[in-house]
Structure formats: C-alpha cells, structure tokens
Design a binder for this molecule. Structure first.
Ligand code: KG4
Ligand code: ZN
Length: 357
C-alpha cells in the first residue's frame, strides 16, 4: 500500500502556540489527525494587546508539550512524518524564532525535509482542509494584522488587488471592543454585542468607499467610534454601537468585494469563479452570511474555512507544507525568520497612503 504523506505543522507567529499533523488520505482533502492550539489570551489581556516578550516566553514554555500532545493525539509514530513545516513569517520575530527553530530541530533529528511557511499563505490555503479548490481563486484575507484582496494564481503565486491603507480589520474590531470596555481580543465579543443592538442606531463613515479601487481603510471609522463611545450611557448604547459598527463593516466589505470581483474577472477567464474568505475575522457569522449572499448574486462560489480553522492554527501551516512537499519544495535550515513577508512581493507598501488615493 502506498504510504500516506504526513506533515507536521508548527505555528508561533503571534499569540497562539499550535502544532498539527495532517495526512493525505486519497481524497481531495487531507485528514487532520491532530490540531492543538494553545492561546495566550490570559497572558496578554491585562495589557490590551500582545506583548512580544511575554508571547515568546510562553511559546518557549509550551511548544514541547503542545508538540507531544499533537503527536499522541494523531496516533502516528514520529518516524512516519514526511516533512516538518513551520511558520517563518510574517509576525513577531521573537515569537517566529521559537517555532521555526523547533521545527528545524525536529526536521534535522528525523532527517526529513524542512519547509518554511508564510503565515498568510496558511490562511490562504486553510479552506483546502475541508473543500476542494482549484486555482485561480479570489481571496479576501481578513485577520488581526492583514486585510487584503488577492488573486491566487497557484501555490506561492499571488497578485494583490487591494489592501488596507491603515488598520487591519481585526485591529478595527479589537479597537472598537476596547472602547466599549471589552478585553483583548474583542472581535468575537463585538459579534455577540451586535446581536443585541440596533444596527441602524448610529451612522458611521465608510472611508474611501468610492475611491481607491478595492483598497480598504478603517482608521476614520475608528475615530468616529471613539467620538460616539464618549457619549455612551447604557449597555444598550454599547450594543447599538457594536451592531452599527458591524453593519458598516459588512457594507464596506460588500462594496469593495464587488470591485474585486470585477478586477478578478478581467484577468481570469474561467467558468467557475471562487471567492475564498479567510483569517480570524472570517469567523464572524454576519460577515460570512453577507459575503455569501453577495457572492452568489455575483456568480462567485463563496468558500470559508470552518470557523474553528479561521483563527491561527497549525493545520493551515501543515496544509501549505503538504502542497509544497508534493511540489518538491523545501528549505535549508538557515532559512531566516521574516517579520515582514508579503504574499505579493511586487505590490507597493500602501500603509499611510491615504492622501495619494
Ligand atoms: O487570523 P487571526 O487569528 O490572527 C492573525 O493572523 O491576525 O485573527 C485574529 C483577529 C483578531 O483581531 C480578532 O478579534 C478577530 O480576528 N476575530 C473576529 C472574530 N473572531 C476573531 N473579528 C470579528 N468577529 C469575530 N467573530
Ligand atoms: Zn493569522
């Protein structure tokens, strides 16, 4: 019987220590044999954001134990692993270094290939863990650090169509949450508050909605939320602000997605257009619903990772490892940690570009 390719994935780019083992099983998608994620929410919550030094320490303390758990849960023998894939960037360098060095050491001791993975490519390929997806496809990546529309042409082949010129969407959710007195990371709580509020109560701006192509901007929205938050008197006001904020985000994403659809279709003449939405913010059910509705109307097939695989995890890193392994791609053990590692290396750096748009 042909041996099934088995990949060990490792993720420590920010505040999640994660290890996963996935295995090809002859179908269109691999089996996730184990997927252990240890979150550091309790370490950082009193600081209102991730403290790099504390995050790195926590990764160092936990990585061995998380890897051991992942191997035990998978019920494979460590010798059965065909390659080790670890996130090499982008992210906090002190955090990246922990998982990257751990991965290199495991690969060296097992005498198996080492594969350096771009964390963003992990999110980009995460829906492949549960759906068959052919290239090319349009991707909206919405996480705590990034908000981009990308045309995914193939493994490692990305063309950026639009990006945020200031805050990332997850950041906008977290900052709004903070203004409402919610602990970091507040995105999921905003979703809960929004269910209790009137989404039409406050009118909020949609920065650069009619210009800048499918580029995004959330800084002006944050300023408006800041002003309103000072007038808040009751819990109901908080729920109304959360609902109005979430509705505004849905409208921005829908308007900008329409522009991205046009751009994507101009350069890709294919029968079936696919729209993948990934990253932590893609776990928001209202955003999922609105973007699905729009996609179907515009004849794009909407695909999301399951909610459990939207936020940072190592199964998505192993997924990239599996694709690279099948293409015979691996890396030397001197591969560096890359705090900045854009998927489209030709795209211009746009942060702070507001005035030029
Ligand atoms: O992809 P991710 O886990 O980490 C990064 O790579 O950044 O994304 C984390 C971000 C955080 O800003 C978090 O607040 C946001 O995703 N998030 C949400 C929801 N769940 C997580 N934002 C809105 N609604 C949610 N349900
Ligand atoms: Zn992420």
């Amino acid at each position: 019987m042909k041996k099934k390719t088995t990949i060990l994935g490792i993720e420590t780019s920010c505040d999640e220590t994660a290890v996963s083992i996935i295995q090809e099983n002859g179908s269109d998608k691999p089996s996730i044999l184990s997927n252990i994620v240890s979150s550091q929410v309790d370490v950082h919550k009193e600081f209102g954001g991730v403290v790099p030094e504390l995050a790195a320490r926590s990764h160092i303390e936990k990585i061995d134990m998380i890897a051991k758990k992942a191997i035990e849960k998978s019920r494979i023998k460590i010798e059965e692993i065909d390659a080790v894939a670890a996130t090499a960037g982008p992210g906090l360098i002190v955090c990246l270094s922990v998982g990257l060095n751990f991965g290199k050491t495991v690969a060296l001791s097992l005498k198996k290939p080492f594969i350096a993975v771009n964390h963003l490519e992990g999110h980009a390929l995460s829906p492949k863990l549960n759906s068959k997806i052919n290239y090319p496809y349009l991707l909206l990546l919405i996480s705590g650090g990034h908000s981009q529309f990308l045309s995914v042409q193939g493994l490692g082949k990305y063309k950026r169509l639009g990006t945020t010129i200031d805050d990332a969407l997850g950041e906008a959710f977290d900052k709004t949450a903070k203004l409402l007195g919610i602990e970091f990371p507040g995105g999921p709580k905003i979703e809960e508050y929004a269910k209790l509020g009137d989404k039409n109560y406050y009118s909020l701006p949609k920065p650069i909605i009619n210009r800048g192509g499918c580029n995004l901007s959330f800084a002006g929205l944050k300023t408006a939320v800041l002003k309103i938050s000072k007038t808040i008197k009751s819990n109901q006001d908080k729920y109304n602000l959360a609902a109005s904020f979430q509705k505004t985000i849905e409208e921005i994403l829908c308007e900008k997605s329409k522009i991205a659809f046009k751009e994507f279709k101009k350069n890709n003449k294919i029968k079936k257009n696919i729209f993948v939405i990934a990253g932590g913010v893609a776990s928001n059910k209202n955003i999922r619903y609105k973007l699905s509705e729009l996609s179907l109307k515009e004849k794009f097939d909407p695909i999301f990772p399951p909610i459990s695989l939207c936020s940072d995890n190592a199964a998505m890193i192993a997924m990239v490892g599996l694709e690279k392994y099948k293409h015979g791609i691996n890396n030397n053990l001197d591969f560096p940690a890359k705090p900045r590692w854009p998927l489209d290396s030709k795209a211009a750096f746009l942060k702070g570009a507001g005035v030029k748009l």
